[in-house]
Structure formats: structure tokens, C-alpha cells
Design a protein around this ligand. Structure first.
Ligand SMILES: Nc1nc2c(ncn2[C@@H]2O[C@H](COP(=O)(O)OP(=O)(O)OP(=O)(O)O)[C@@H](O)[C@H]2O)c(=O)[nH]1
Ligand SMILES: [Mg+2]
Length: 300
């Protein structure tokens, strides 16, 4: 008898949701950075555990939204939780019950009505065990989690145990994806995300938030390689200058890093061309949202 279902990973920005998704899938499907608000839309990764197919849904971090993009991201995250069979709330071991975690706990009541909610205390590599015990008790006093796991998504501690438990929770039924599929995200979007990750890692302060990357053209070549054209949208001339860098060195380095990762992911040669365009109002353009996989109206 086969099983299959959806597992939503939710939590504050930077909790390690994307890191966990990638580890579960065994490949880098969702981008990861040390900065908050890296993931912008729901990203599905598929993992197999025995006869169970686990479809992990990585979501944007949950935080107090201020701008349209924030609101669309937070709506996508809660929507992911509401659509799942099991929800896993990730909290950071060393940060404990923050204000942000409190706010998520308030929203969990409704979500728990139709599904199981488990707690995963992540980044246990950063704390000593007494802290974990106290945090487990505190969290479980606030919300009736069906199970608590202590993990390090980065180092892999406790992840097998979590995966095995999740496999048992999946409803009986046919698999939802071919056995060898690891992600449900168009290649052009994966390509845009990789470039956005490299930009985010290189740029400082608020800038990563103010840009978006789109794959405009994807051309298959006879020699087996592909030519990919991407546009980086920014809001101001000054931002364009920062992204280009002195004599174009920043954009060159980003382009090289993104190309190398894409080549590894696709196992073929890639020619990547990046163009930076100033678009003062892109955060208010519905097309930008659909390209990101978000619902523009959710940002109202
Ligand atoms: N020490 C430690 N760091 C971790 C662990 N898991 C994730 N990280 C780091 O935490 C940072 C954030 O990880 P992400 O996976 O991008 O977090 P996220 O929850 O997806 O963040 P958003 O997409 O912004 O909501 C990265 O620098 C990770 O390397 C862990 O188990 N231990
Ligand atoms: Mg993420």
C-alpha cells in the first residue's frame, strides 16, 4: 500500500525551512541564505521514504507584513499550511519563543483543525541540551503539538527520525509525482532563484529585498547547451550601479556563480546573460508576482 501527502514547513524567516527541505529531498531545490525573507513563494520538493511519498512545501517566513510583497508572501505561507496534511513548525533553538513565534502560535489554532501540527526545534547544534528541554516544555505548554523533534537541518541531526515519522502520517493513496522527480517548480524559476540567491549573498542591507529576477528567455542549442537570459529588476538607478559593481565586477561574479550552480544542477553547459533594469514600481506590478509564484491580490 502506497502513501502520499503534503508537509508544509512553516516558521519565522531564517528558521531553516529551506535548508530542511533541501536535506529531505537530497538536492538543492530551494535557495538558502543567512538573510531573512529569502524564500518568496511556495516551493515543493519530493522525497521518498519506503512506500511513502513526501511532498514538502517550503514556505516564505511568517512575519508581520508591512508591504504588498510581505503580505503576499505571508499569505502564501499560511495557504501552504492550510493545504497540507501535516504542518511542521520550525523554531530556532537558540532564539526560543520570540515575539514572532508567539504570533505564529496564535495563528496555528485554525490550521490545526484539519491536520496534525508537529514542532521541530532546529539548529540544535547551536545550544546545549538543557535549553532544548526547557524550550520543548514551553512550546508544548502553548500549543498541543502532536510530536516534538529536535533537529539540525544543516548538520542532519534528527532528520531521519523526522522523515520516518512523517512517512507514517501520510494518507494512503497513489504517489503524486513520478518516483524520480525531486521538485515541482519550472526550470526557468529554479534558474531565477539561483541567481537571486547569488545576488542576496553578495549584496548588503535591504537591497536583496528590493530586487527580483526573471528568466526571460531559454534557448536550447544544438550542441546540448542552453542559453538563458535573465533580467534583474531593481527600483532605483543607484541600485543598478551597486549590482553592476565597479567595472561590472559584481554582476560578473554573480553571473559566474549562478551559471556554475545551474550547470551542476542540470549537468549541461549553460550560457547565462544577466541584464539589470530599473523599474521603480515593480513591487506594485501584478506580473512580477505571478512570475514569483505569488498571488498579487493577496498583497492587498
Ligand atoms: N547552525 C545552523 N544553521 C542552520 C541550520 N539550519 C539552517 N541554518 C542556517 O540558517 C540560515 C537560514 O536558513 P534558510 O533555510 O534559508 O531559512 P528559511 O527558514 O528558509 O528562511 P526564509 O526563506 O527567509 O524564511 C542559513 O544561513 C542556514 O545555513 C542548522 O541546523 N544549524
Ligand atoms: Mg527559505
Amino acid at each position: 500500500m502506497t502513501r502520499a501527502g503534503f508537509i508544509a514547513l512553516i516558521g519565522e524567516p531564517n528558521a531553516g525551512k529551506s535548508t530542511l527541505l533541501n536535506r529531505m529531498v537530497g538536492a538543492k531545490v530551494s535557495i538558502v541564505t543567512h538573510k531573512v525573507q529569502t524564500t518568496r513563494a511556495r516551493i515543493r520538493g519530493v522525497a521518498m521514504e519506503g512506500e511513502s511519498q513526501l511532498v514538502f512545501v517550503d514556505t516564505p517566513g511568517l512575519f508581520k507584513p508591512r508591504r504588498r510583497l510581505d503580505r503576499a508572501m505571508v499569505a502564501a505561507a499560511w495557504g501552504g499550511a492550510a493545504d497540507a496534511d501535516v504542518v511542521v513548525l520550525l523554531v530556532e533553538a537558540h532564539r526560543g519563543v520570540t515575539e514572532g513565534v508567539e504570533r505564529i502560535l496564535e495563528g496555528l489554532g485554525d490550521i490545526a483543525k484539519g491536520r496534525k501540527v508537529a514542532l521541530a526545534i532546529n539548529k540544535i547544534d547551536r545550544v546545549h541540551s538543557p535549553v532544548l528541554l526547557a524550550l520543548t516544555q514551553k512550546m508544548n505548554a502553548r500549543f498541543p503539538f502532536v510530536e516534538t523533534f529536535m533537529i539540525s537541518a544543516e548538520k542532519g541531526h534528527g532528520v531521519d527520525h523526522l522523515r520516518a515519522w512523517l512517512a507514517e502520517q501520510m494518507p494512503e493513496g497513489p504517489w503524486l509525482y513520478p518516483e524520480d522527480q525531486i521538485a515541482d517548480l519550472p526550470m526557468r524559476m529554479i534558474a531565477s532563484e539561483i541567481t537571486r540567491e547569488k545576488l542576496t549573498l553578495r549584496l548588503h542591507q535591504e537591497l536583496p529585498y528590493q530586487l527580483t529576477v526573471e528568466t526571460e528567455n531559454w534557448e536550447e542549442r544544438k550542441d546540448g547547451s542552453a542559453k538563458i537570459d535573465q533580467v534583474v529588476y531593481v527600483m532605483r538607478d543607484g541600485h543598478k550601479g551597486i549590482i553592476l559593481g565597479n567595472r561590472g565586477e559584481t554582476i560578473k561574479a554573480v553571473s559566474k556563480a549562478a551559471r556554475e550552480e545551474l550547470e551542476e544542477f542540470l549537468d549541461r553547459r549553460i550560457h547565462l546573460f544577466l541584464q539589470v533594469k530599473v523599474r521603480p514600481n515593480w513591487l506594485e506590478e501584478s506580473e512580477r508576482y505571478s512570475e514569483m509564484g505569488l498571488n498579487f491580490k493577496d498583497g492587498n
